[in-house]
Each structure stands twice: as C-alpha cells, then as structure tokens.
Design a protein around this ligand. Structure first.
Ligand code: SAM
Ligand code: SF4
Ligand code: SF4
Length: 375
C-alpha cells in the first residue's frame, strides 16, 4: 500500500491578473464560456489547512511541519470573499460551496456564511449555500452554521471500518466521531446531507458495500467518488481508480438492486441511482472514467484569491491583486462593476476540458493541489 509521493511543485503564486475592462462577455446576462457552459457554481476555499492527512489529498510526507501554509494576511478576508461572490452571483452563480482544506478550521467561518446568505441573484432569490467538511468540528459548529444561514452540508467519510478509516485520514480519527458530527447536523435541522467516499484501490474498495448498507436506511445519501489525479502530491496512478461501474455493480448485487434516476439539474456531477425498494438513493462521481467537462459549470476560488476555471489548471487568475490594487481605489459600485467585468472576461475565455483529453502526454505535471482549491 505504499505510494510514490512526488515532490510538490509550488504553483500557488502563478497567476494572471484579469482585465477589468468591459467586454462582450461582461455585457451578457447569462454568462457562457467558449464551449457554451454557463457559470453556475462557485467553490470557495477558505483555508489551505486541515487537521486530517488523507492519503489521497494531503499525504503526511508532503504536508508536514515544514510545509509553507499561507499566512493569515495572504488569505482573502470575509469582506473580500463576499465582494467577489457578489460579482459571481450577479453573473448567474446560484450555488456557493465553502471548502478547503477543512473549512470549519477557518476562525468564525459562520460570520462569512451569514454574509454570503444575504446575497441575492438577479431574480431576487437567495443562493444555495453549502459546505463540505471532514466533520471533525461539526458537532461543535452545527448549530452556529444553521443559525448563520447555511443550507446544506456534505460530509466526507471513506470507510465504516475504523482501522481502514484511520489509515485513510492518517490522524487516527474514528468513524464514530464523524457519525457524531452527522447526527449533530441532522439534529440541528440540516436535511439532504450527502456523504462523500473517495474510493482508492488497495485501500478502501471493500468498504463500498458496508457504506452503502449503513446509509441505505438513513436520511443521508452516499456518493462514491473516483480517486482523481488532482495536484501532484498524492502520487496518483490510474490503476488505483475503482471505476464507478464496478462500485454500482457491487451495490446492485450485494446490497440491493438499483435503478437510475434523472439528474436534479443540468450539470450535476453525480449520477444518481435509487434502490428499487424505494429506501434511498446513491450517487457516483466518475471524474476519471466518464469525463463531464461538457457540462462543467464550476469555478473555484483559492484561499488566497486566485480563480481557477478547472480543477486541473496549473494557473489561476489573481483576484486578490485586483481587490487589493485597482479595485481598492474605486467607489463601491465601480469596484463591483470592475470585478464583474473581470469574472466575465475570465469565464468568457474559458475552454478547459482536461478530463476529456486526459492522456499521459497532454497532462500538465504542475497541477494545483486539491487542498488549495477545494474539491
Ligand atoms: N476537508 C473537507 C472534506 O474533506 O470534506 C473539504 C475539502 S476536501 C478537498 C473536498 C472533497 O474532495 C472531499 O470530499 C474529499 O474526499 C475530496 N477529495 C480530495 N482529494 C481527492 C482526490 N484525489 N480524488 C477525489 N476526491 C478527492
Ligand atoms: Fe483534509 Fe478534506 Fe483533504 Fe482530507 S480530503 S486531507 S479532510 S482537505
Ligand atoms: Fe470541469 Fe476541468 Fe473537471 Fe473537466 S476536468 S469536469 S473542465 S474541472
């Protein structure tokens, strides 16, 4: 079970400053990229730190005491995040997801949630506000998150077996502690909680059936995620990916028969299946075996304010430079307009489709880390 850990190329500071000039793209009401994909979701990474060392995300060998985490003044402030999110929402974003690192480690994150909950779409609707967490602080924070206006939560859990889960998170965190967090969130009134399991061959594929069994009769929906080649620190190999097809066939034959469901909305990354007995549904996210670039409507904002239009990008767009540079010298409304133009200019020029063209030859070797831009 040993992986080859490759040294990390630090690409965090490689970024262009986007243009704030008005353009054809910035005059559109519903923004499309060069492949006619609208901008619908924004993932916001609020910290690059985490208290877990999941083997597929922040392996201990790389993310050790010597790792140069960002300093506090390098992070976007809550005001900066909200100002940027407002520009995105004005251009059609309806869903905001806070992520990380571990987002609940960001001090007073509920204050940020309260600020984002006040944003309104051009049609006057609130945005769908969600958060992905490893649940270690969820029992403590669930009440404050709900009160601040968080709509939904996704919890990560990679095994039902304690020994396997502890090997995956590499910090001796138990399954029981995650389940306590889940229960606390449900007790505070969070519905429709999703549970994400990354499946890595040789590590936890025998946990697919126990996970499916455990959550089948619960209110929570499990989604099985193919292990992805995000970043470079995890030493990813294609033969460690368990194809979603295998996951579904195991559940179908060993847990209960499944039937496919329609997506909830266009661009939904999880394929949905329900148990034929009507008890619950499960999802699979097949980022490796079935690329969904043609319907990818997500942008990602890194902890230090760089915008990435693809998970596999090696270069961001430096919105912090704008926020702390030209925009800082403008009136509020001119600043809002400048940021709106900048978002439109970046998204209007977007052509990413890495998963569709993934080959050893074409794949960049200096990709950004998942813990830096969030999943
Ligand atoms: N710390 C939080 C958590 O784990 O839920 C949020 C950040 S984490 C980067 C977001 C999601 O990305 C998690 O569900 C995690 O399992 C997933 N993830 C991280 N590395 C991955 C990889 N190499 N392949 C697939 N999913 C990955
Ligand atoms: Fe931390 Fe989440 Fe990455 Fe695990 S997947 S190391 S919990 S950021
Ligand atoms: Fe979206 Fe990039 Fe993933 Fe394709 S490879 S689905 S464009 S994030």
């Amino acid at each position: 079970m040993t992986d080859m850990i490759v040294p990390l190329v630090d690409v965090r500071k490689r970024a262009f400053v986007p243009s704030i000039e008005p353009s054809a793209a910035s005059r559109q009401n519903t923004l499309g990229d060069t492949r006619h994909r609208r901008l619908h979701d924004l993932r916001i990474s609020v910290t690059d730190r985490c208290n877990f060392r999941c083997v597929y995300c922040m392996p201990k060998e790389v993310f050790n005491n010597d790792y140069p985490y960002l300093k506090h003044d390098e992070l976007l402030s809550f005001e900066e995040i909200t100002k940027l999110a407002k520009a995105f929402v004005s251009l059609g974003v309806e869903k905001l997801r806070l992520t990380g690192g571990e987002p609940l480690l960001r001090k007073n994150v509920e204050t940020l949630i309260g600020m984002l909950a006040e944003l309104r779409t051009p049609a006057g609707q609130p945005v769908d506000l969600t958060l992905t967490t490893n649940a270690s602080l969820l029992a403590k924070k669930a009440r404050a998150l709900k009160a601040a206006g968080l709509d939904r939560i996704t919890v990560s859990l990679d095994a039902m077996d304690d020994t396997i889960f502890k090997k995956m998170n590499d910090v001796d965190y138990s399954v029981e502690q995650v389940l306590e967090g889940l229960d606390a969130a449900a007790a505070e009134g969070f519905n429709n909680i999703k549970v994400n399991m990354v499946v890595k061959k040789g590590w936890n594929e025998d946990q697919v059936v126990p996970m499916a069994r455990y959550f089948k009769n619960s209110p929570h929906i499990v989604r099985f995620i193919e292990y992805m080649d995000v970043g470079t620190s995890n030493g990813w190999k294609l033969d460690e990916v368990v194809p979603s097809k295998e996951v579904l066939s195991k559940i179908h034959s060993e847990v209960s028969p499944l039937v496919s469901l329609e997506p909830n909305y266009q661009g939904e990354v999880a394929q949905r299946w329900k148990y034929a007995d009507g008890s619950n549904e499960v999802g699979v996210i097949s980022s490796v075996t079935q690329a969904f670039c043609s319907s990818c409507t997500r942008a990602r904002l890194s902890t230090q304010g760089q915008l990435y239009t693809c998970l596999f990008a090696s270069q961001g767009h430096d919105f912090k430079a704008l926020l702390r540079g030209s925009v800082a010298t403008m009136s509020d409304s001119d600043g809002d307009e400048a940021l709106r133009n900048a978002v439109a200019n970046v998204w209007g020029a977007r052509s990413d489709r890495y998963s569709e063209i993934r080959t050893a030859a074409s794949f960049p070797s200096d990709r950004i880390e998942m813990s830096y831009i969030g999943g």
